[in-house]
Design a protein around this ligand. Structure first.
Ligand SMILES: Cc1cc2nc3c(=O)[nH]c(=O)nc-3n(C[C@H](O)[C@H](O)[C@H](O)COP(=O)(O)O)c2cc1C
Length: 362
């Protein structure tokens, strides 16, 4: 079996290593959702990843779920990202855009017209928005009409086109962690009785339509999707995830996608079942047991060497170690991530984690 520092091809993406950087929201864009030079520096520092998967990027105004997250639906936003992709490419790296519509994880204060966030059904998240005025309860969202669903699919496709214009090497659709696509998949958030709700074949429809529309726009070989079967984050509940995800993978299998990216939630048996059902490349954010958080160099190596995944995506370790590839090759040591600076703020905890040798150590 291969090792993490061997090359791999995911669709059109030719990667020199299988050690990828997982998507991480850092909430350091402008109020208009435009990334800054600091963001270009942050990603440039991490260009040693086989592939960088960007932080969540909203494909539309209403797709935004948090303060100061970036978008890909205005010309200024595209221009901002161009500097990021240019910086990564200049260092010989590759980067795809993670497109995220947060659905019911949203709040009227985030939208210029103060409208309600949208979701498959009018079911509140029970979660809160961190705002400048303190914590605000997410309201009961507005249920999307069929027309709205079609428009939302079109928004994903348009944003994917913008991602390619901005110089990204591809797009990862965020179907995980309780955001809009996951809200369609899950039992407790999708109470619809139309073609998008009820039986599994209906609940996977929105995900499949988004993937198809993005693949039509930019090419399936540049399109991936991230899934988190059974992950209760943001209060989604999936009574029986396996049949839903097996059906979804079967529906996507013929499309020739670049990859499927699974967030493993401690159930290695489920990972193996999904792996067996997926004919394409599998990227894994490896957590083989409930205690295996955050993902480690050891769990990354094991996932690739055992053949359970073609590549691995790590988050926290890349956040704190801009030269994670160099450090893993050297056997460490590793900087420790500081959760106080994960979201928002300046360069502190963003671009100032040292590379090996920069902190006086070796
Ligand atoms: C600061 C932070 C921000 C995150 N933002 C995103 C995101 O925008 N999109 C996403 O799919 N996952 C996001 N995640 C989840 C990570 O991609 C990853 O699945 C999780 O951290 C577990 O991986 P790890 O064990 O390597 O840290 C985020 C995680 C962290 C720590």
């Amino acid at each position: 079996m291969p090792e993490i520092f061997e090359p791999v091809t995911l669709g059109k993406l030719q990667l020199p290593s299988r050690l990828l950087m997982a998507p991480m929201t850092r909430s350091r864009a402008s109020a208009d959702g435009v990334v800054t030079a600091l963001t270009a520096e942050y990603y440039r520092q991490r260009a040693g990843a086989g592939l960088i998967i960007s932080e969540s990027i909203q494909p539309s105004v209403i797709g935004q779920g948090y303060l100061l997250t970036p978008g890909l639906h205005t010309a200024d936003q595209v221009e901002g990202w161009r500097a990021v992709t240019g910086a990564v490419h200049e260092r010989g790296g590759r980067i795809v855009a993670q497109l995220t519509h947060t659905g019911r994880i949203g709040h009227p204060v985030l939208y210029p017209n103060g409208e309600l966030p949208v979701a498959p059904s009018a079911v509140a998240s029970g979660e809160q928005l961190f705002s400048l005025d303190g914590m605000l309860d997410h309201p009961v969202p507005r249920a999307l009409t069929t027309e709205d669903i079609h428009a939302t699919v079109a928004d994903f496709a348009a944003a994917a086109g913008n991602a390619i214009d901005a110089g990204f090497d591809g797009v990862e659709i965020h179907g995980a962690n309780g955001y809009l696509i996951h809200q369609f998949l899950a039992d407790n958030t999708n109470l619809r009785t139309d073609a998008y709700g009820g039986p599994v074949a209906n609940r996977i429809r929105f995900a499949v339509e988004v993937v198809s529309a993005v693949a039509d726009r930019i090419g399936a070989e540049r399109t991936g999707i991230r899934l988190s079967p059974g992950n209760p984050f943001n209060n989604v509940r999936e009574a029986d995830p396996a049949p839903v995800y097996l059906a979804l993978l079967a529906a996507l299998a013929g499309q020739g996608l670049a990859y499927v990216h699974l967030i493993e939630g401690g159930d290695r048996d489920l990972t193996r079942r999904l792996r067996a059902a997926w004919p394409g490349a599998l990227v894994l954010n490896p957590h083989p047991s409930a205690e295996a958080y955050p993902a480690s160099p050891e769990s990354a190596a094991e996932a690739v060497e055992s053949g359970v995944a073609d590549a691995v995506a790590l988050a926290t370790l890349w956040l704190a170690n801009p030269d994670l590839d160099v450090r893993i090759r050297a056997g460490g040591p590793y900087n420790t991530a500081d959760p106080a600076t994960f979201y928002g703020g300046d360069h502190t905890g963003y671009t100032d984690y040292p590379a090996l040798g920069q902190d006086g150590s070796e």
